[in-house]
Design a protein around this ligand. Structure first.
Ligand code: SAH
Length: 231
């Protein structure tokens, strides 16, 4: 188990990993992502550095750099590295965003990747225990430009709106209206849409004008559902 009681920064040895969590194995994953079409080198460099093994249970460490989703407890998953890369690359298309809203903090891995590329990340999670764990993990990684909220992402986080970029890491059937409202004009959102366990599609939605949004299909995906309410 990750030692969730420790609030100390991760040690150099924990950070560097060894064997199946070593830099060599992480680099192999980055080559694979590049082959799969992820061409943003700055993003690949960030993903090379962010230690995914410190976001999952120690029992899953040997799989941390497989290109697969992994369980993080409470019926939730850490997204597949390719999906994290694809979504982040889409968000970076117009350059690095200043202010990003993330819905679905989960273990905080995607949050950490975003924090290395944006000025400030606001992240909302409906499960209190996951939000607290992610907060602690980012604190131990000494990532400081992230604000956490335990809340229902269907409502976004209006206090800090508008956002240059919004990323949703769980799938609703339709785009939540609050998120469309909180997107800055000229900004973009990346969101999976569709029914649970059925074909879902990843969309990139640009807000061209106050009242004009342009959706663009990225690819077929499978996400856990965006659920209402908090727990
Ligand atoms: N990016 C995360 C993905 C976690 S899975 C990671 O890589 O770890 C999706 C997350 O969305 C889960 O943690 C789930 O609890 C959360 N979620 C689902 N519905 C939500 C909602 N309405 N508001 C906020 N978070 C939600």
């Amino acid at each position: 188990m990750l030692d969730h009681k420790s609030t100390q920064p991760f040690t150099q040895a924990e950070y560097l990993g060894s064997g199946l969590t070593s830099q060599r194995v992480r680099d192999r994953l980055m080559s694979l992502l590049y082959q799969q079409g992820i061409k943003n080198l700055e993003l690949l460099e960030v993903m090379r550095r962010v230690p995914r093994h410190l976001f999952v249970d120690e029992a899953l460490n040997s799989h941390a750099y497989d290109n697969t989703a992994l369980p993080i407890g409470y019926g939730q998953t850490i997204s597949q590295p390719y999906v994290v890369a694809k979504m982040t690359e889409a968000l970076l298309q117009n350059g690095k965003p200043e202010k990003v809203l993330e819905i679905g903090t989960g273990c905080g891995y995607q949050t950490a990747v975003l924090a290395c590329l944006a000025k400030k990340v606001y992240t909302v999670e409906r499960l209190a225990v996951l939000s607290a764990q992610a907060h602690l993990t980012l604190q131990r990684l000494q990532i400081k430009n992230v604000a956490f909220q335990h809340g229902d992402g269907f409502a976004g986080w209006p206090e800090h709106a508008p956002y240059d970029a919004i990323i949703v890491t769980a799938a609703p059937e339709h785009t939540p209206p609050a998120l469309l409202q909180q997107l800055a004009v000229g900004g973009q959102m990346v969101i999976p849409l569709g029914k649970q366990r059925q074909n879902q599609t990843l969309y990139q939605i640009r807000r061209l004008r106050e009242d004009q949004y342009q959706p663009h299909t990225l690819e077929a995906v499978l996400f856990v559902p965006l659920q209402t309410g908090v727990a």
